[in-house]
Write a protein that binds this ligand. Structure first.
Ligand code: 6PG
Length: 228
C-alpha cells in the first residue's frame, strides 16, 4: 500500500506544489503522446491549485480535463463540480483546453452515468487529483453507500458509475470514476489539508476502514500532498 507523503509549510505552498505537479505531468504526457488527460476532484479545498494551474503556460489545446466525480445537479447550481472547475480553469478553457462533463441535462442519474462512462472509458488518465472528506470518502466513494461496491469493484469495465450517498454535500445523487479508472492513471495525487484529515487518512491506511484506503491498492505510490 505505497503512500508518499509530501508536507508543505502552508496551504499556499501546497496549492502551488499541486499545480506544478499537475503541470509537470501534463507537459510530459503532451511530449510523449500529444495530449494530456487530467482528472480533477470537486469540493472546496483544491480550487486555488486549479486557478494556479490555469495560469500555467501549457499548450492548452492539448489538454483535456475530466471530473473525478460530480454532484447530480445542473451546471447552474452552486453545488456543481463542473461549475467550479469551469470557473477556476477559465483561462485554460478559453485557451483551448476541453472539459468533459459527467452531468447531462435531462438525463436520469443512471443514463447520465452511462453517457459519461461512454465518453470517459476510452481515455487514459495521466494524472488524477483526489480530495478526501472527513468521513474518509474520496471521489464519490462514500462509506456505507448502498452502491459503493460497484464503484470499488476491481473488475468493473465501467469508468463512471452512479452513487447514492445520503450524507454527501451538494447532492446525494452522484457520478464518480470507479476504482479501476483511477488505479490505472499515470499518477494519483491526494491533496488534503488540516490535522483532522491527516488523522483520518492515517487511520484509514492503518485499518482500511474507509473508502479512501482503496486508492492505495494500486502498484504505483499515491502522492499525498498535505499542509495544515
Ligand atoms: C465532491 C468531491 C469530493 C471532495 C471531498 C473533499 O464532489 O464533494 O469531489 O470527493 O474531494 O469531499 O471536499 P472538500 O475539499 O470540500 O473538503
Amino acid at each position: 500500500m505505497p503512500a508518499h507523503w509530501r508536507t508543505y509549510p502552508d496551504r499556499d505552498a501546497l496549492m502551488a506544489a499541486a499545480a506544478e505537479e499537475i503541470e509537470r505531468r501534463a507537459r510530459a504526457a503532451i511530449a510523449s503522446q500529444g495530449m494530456a488527460t487530467i482528472a480533477l476532484s470537486g469540493g472546496s479545498t483544491p480550487r486555488p491549485a486549479y486557478e494556479a494551474l490555469a495560469r500555467a503556460d501549457l499548450p492548452w489545446a492539448n489538454v483535456r480535463f475530466l471530473l473525478v466525480d460530480e454532484r447530480f445537479v445542473p451546471v447552474s447550481s452552486e453545488a456543481s463540480n463542473e461549475r467550479m472547475l469551469r470557473d477556476a480553469l477559465a483561462p485554460a478553457l478559453a485557451a483551448g483546453a476541453t472539459l468533459l462533463p459527467m452531468y447531462a441535462d435531462g438525463a436520469s442519474l443512471d443514463d447520465a452515468a452511462a453517457r459519461a462512462d461512454a465518453a470517459y472509458a476510452p481515455l487514459n488518465i495521466d494524472v488524477a487529483l483526489m480530495g478526501m472528506g472527513g468521513d474518509g470518502h474520496t471521489a464519490s466513494w462514500f462509506p456505507g453507500a448502498p452502491r459503493l461496491a460497484e464503484a470499488l469493484d476491481p473488475n468493473t469495465a465501467r469508468a463512471v458509475v452512479s452513487q447514492i450517498a445520503p450524507d454527501a454535500q451538494g447532492s446525494a445523487e452522484r457520478l464518480t470514476l470507479t476504482l479501476p479508472a483511477i488505479a490505472r492513471a499515470g499518477a494519483v495525487l491526494l491533496l488534503i489539508t488540516s490535522e483532522d484529515k491527516r488523522a483520518v487518512l492515517e487511520r484509514a491506511l492503518a485499518t482500511h476502514d474507509a473508502p479512501v484506503a482503496a486508492l492505495f491498492g494500486r502498484d504505483a505510490p499515491v502522492e499525498v500532498l498535505w499542509a495544515a
